[in-house]
Design a protein around this ligand. Structure first.
Ligand SMILES: *Cc1c(COP(=O)(O)O)cnc(C)c1O
Length: 393
């Protein structure tokens, strides 16, 4: 695969495993085993069975009729919002819990921002009867209180991260620290295509089911498995990577990744990583991240807790640099308006993360017969309070 990972764990200039020496055995164990496990027929069968019977896959590819009329193209929604637990994150959580079991791990740790990955992880741990500890920034625990309750109800222990900005990057640091202290019995389930190799590759492969299904479904709907455009929002980039994966080598398909501009890219309150960032190392891989001149990570901001991450996965950094995908950004206001529009035109209340991808439709011009696929990464139930406050419902 032209845009895939090389044998050293790099996508072009990005990726690798920049980890403290004490984490080396954990990451090395994964690196040595993940390919063999993921390609094992028994593993594949179990993964596929759970995706079908537990997650509810395949997720529909819905021809969004009123969106198509409004924007003058054939617009399709890939409905990851209909998955069990309400987003694409469950695909990766199921894959990694099966991997952890095959590695003989007895305990799972995870980090979470919006709480969606924490809920997905707590869910699969309940399913498998494995101990689960989720690290979450104290600020995020307040912003996403219902998800904290969900995780607790599912039997997970939620540990607040109280350092720094008390958000996702601090939770990630705490999880890494836990893993260093518990190298033998614990597997760390990272929730996006970030972290040291092999995580970005592993997570991308688990999420690639999204584009695999989409190709088949598009063929049925349009007679062609290739659309003109594929669009997705990007926090760390896992739903986008899953949505892009099987289209990467089809160069005629234009890939559009939508980042969160927050209050505007120049406002100082933004998470538009490719626009504001530079190359550096974040959470174990070489990538593009928002940083000060002396290399301190800049605090990201977005109204959506799932997009306010200061970096992007290394494969995205590569796709950006070689211009295989186009990286754009959308403000809080634009996203919330798009969320309202989608609710009222299609009867689908999207996650505010997803609404960023939808909002970019406003800035595009299409030919009449263009086929456009948008990844509806999650449902908006968790965001109702934010929508209510903004629109005064
Ligand atoms: C977590 C989340 C995202 C952002 O994460 P990615 O890894 O970039 O996909 C986007 N949408 C929803 C609904 C999420 O829960």
């Amino acid at each position: 695969m032209k845009y895939g990972v090389n044998e050293h764990g790099y996508y072009g200039d990005f990726g690798g495993a920049y980890i403290p020496e004490m984490l080396y055995p954990n990451v090395e164990e994964l690196r040595q085993q993940y390919t063999q496990i993921l390609n094992d027929p028994g593993f594949k069968a179990e993964f596929e069975q759970l995706l079908r019977d537990y997650v509810g896959r395949p997720s529909p590819l819905y021809p969004a009729k009123r969106y198509s009329e409004k924007y003058g193209a054939n617009i399709f929604f890939k409905r990851e919002d209909l998955n069990h637990t309400g987003s694409h994150k469950i695909n990766n959580a199921v894959g990694q819990i099966l991997l952890a079991r095959r590695l003989g791990k007895k305990r799972i740790i995870a980090e979470t921002g919006a709480g969606q990955h924490g809920v997905a992880t707590a869910t699969v741990c309940a399913l498998m009867g494995i101990e689960c500890v989720v690290y979450m920034g104290e600020v995020d625990m307040e912003r996403q209180a219902p998800n904290v309750s969900r995780m607790k109800m599912l039997g997970a222990k939620v540990v607040p991260a109280t350092s720094g900005s008390k958000t996702l990057k601090d939770a990630t640091n705490e999880a890494m620290r836990d893993w260093i202290n518990n190298p033998v019995d614990t597997h760390y389930i990272i929730g996006s295509v970030v972290g040291p190799y092999p995580y970005p590759e592993m997570v991308a492969q688990f999420q690639s089911i999204i584009s695999l299904e989409t190709k088949k479904q598009l063929l049925e709907h349009t007679g062609n498995e290739l659309p003109q455009y594929v669009m997705a929002c990007v926090g760390g980039g896992s739903n986008a990577m899953g949505m892009f994966y099987h289209f990467l080598d089809n160069e005629s398909v234009k890939l559009i990744a939508v980042e969160a501009a927050g209050q505007g890219v120049e406002s100082g309150h933004s998470a538009a990583t490719t626009f504001l960032g530079r190359e550096g190392v974040l959470h174990g891989s070489r990538t593009i991240l928002m940083q000060t001149d002396d290399g301190q990570v800049v605090e990201p901001y977005s109204i959506s807790a799932g997009l306010d991450y200061p970096g992007i996965g290394p494969q995205h950094a590569h796709l950006y640099k070689v211009q295989r995908a186009k990286y754009v950004n959308i403000t809080d206001d634009e996203a919330l308006q798009a969320g309202l529009l989608c609710s009222q035109l299609e009867g689908i209340i999207p996650a505010i993360e997803t609404a960023h991808a939808l909002a970019y439709l406003e800035k595009m011009t299409f030919k009449m017969d263009d086929n456009v696929v948008i990844c509806i990464s999650g449902r908006g139930d968790k965001d109702l309070n934010t929508y209510i406050k903004y629109f005064n419902f």
